[in-house]
Design a protein around this ligand. Structure first.
Ligand SMILES: O=C(O)CCC(=O)C(=O)O
Ligand SMILES: [Fe+2]
Length: 292
């Protein structure tokens, strides 16, 4: 079959329009206090190394493993961020393999489906293949205050090279972490102090566009003033995107990862405020709760 590398997209909008400020820090052996003081409070992203070495999933998890053992799990699928329904995980892995036979681009013209939201129930054997690192548990407020909140649990992110999650902020002001098991991801993270610029550029599109090019990008000159941190996340690494940071993620290899969210004393007040605005229906604009 013909590969479509001649039809790949130009570099993504953020890279073309914005300035790279540098690589995201890589740290090993951080204590909970160091993590909080140096990264969570100032909202700096960080890659944590050496935390996944003993996780059974590091050696067990593969595309075959999921197809054979968890093929009947429900896998919600999206393109870029736009929901496209659900598949069985086994069906999705077949789809992904077929798609990869025809495409080899990092930024393909047509985005592939991405199984980015397969829920891992804490009571299941799959949940025993990974651990919540000690430094997160020590800081964590979810278990203490919101033990039933589904964001607390893990979600699988399984996708081929070229699948991606568009520029977005995670809901409710939570911190996100992503543990990489197989393949690599390229991250672009916009520092918190530029949130306002991005909201001004993108406010109406947040949660509303997919792919690499938002519609009518020329209408958003504010984007030129924004800069970003970047890194390529390798297997065995955990990245933290602290709360309210726009991030965009591209799978540069066929990828298996797990995402979970957390709350600590640095974002708890904002999380509570944001949940309150959502539950009471008082959230009038997407900005409310982020900029105030
Ligand atoms: O890995 C991805 O595609 C996106 C991950 C992400 O944005 C998150 O977990 O918050
Ligand atoms: Fe995210």
């Amino acid at each position: 079959m013909t590969k479509t590398s001649a039809q790949s997209r130009p570099q993504g909008t953020i890279e073309r329009r914005c300035k790279c400020i540098g690589d995201i820090d890589r740290r090993e052996g951080l204590t909970a206090k160091e993590l909080q003081e140096e990264y969570l409070k100032p909202r700096r992203p960080v890659v944590l190394t050496g935390l996944m070495d003993d996780w059974p999933g590091r050696t067990k998890w593969s595309f075959d493993f999921f197809k054979e053992n968890y093929g009947s799990m429900t896998a919600p699928v999206c393109r870029g961020f736009e929901r496209e329904g659900t598949m069985l995980l086994g069906e999705y892995i077949d789809y992904m393999r077929e798609w990869r036979r025809d495409h080899d681009d990092e930024l393909p013209l047509e985005l592939p489906l991405y199984a980015d939201d397969t829920f891992v129930d804490t009571g299941t054997p799959l949940a025993k293949d990974y651990e919540i690192p000690d430094c997160f548990q020590e800081l964590d407020w979810f278990d203490r205050f919101f033990p039933k909140n589904p964001m607390r649990r893990g979600y699988l992110l399984i996708g081929p090279k070229g699948s991606m999650t568009k520029l977005h902020i995670d809901g409710q002001y939570v911190h996100a972490y992503v543990a990489q098991f197989v393949g690599k991801k390229r991250w672009l993270i916009v520092p918190f102090d530029q949130l306002k610029g991005l909201f001004e550029s993108y406010a109406d599109y947040i949660g509303g566009w997919s792919g690499y090019e938002p519609p009518g990008i020329e209408d958003f000159p504010g984007l030129n003033d924004v800069s970003y941190y970047t890194t390529v996340q390798e297997p065995g690494e955990i990245i933290i995107a602290p709360s309210a940071q726009f991030h965009q993620v591209i799978n540069t290899e066929d990828s298996i990862a797990l995402t979970s969210k957390f709350v600590d004393s640095s974002n708890a007040r904002k999380v509570l405020w944001s949940m309150f605005l959502t539950r009471t229906g008082l959230r009038k604009s997407r900005r409310l709760g982020y900029l105030d």
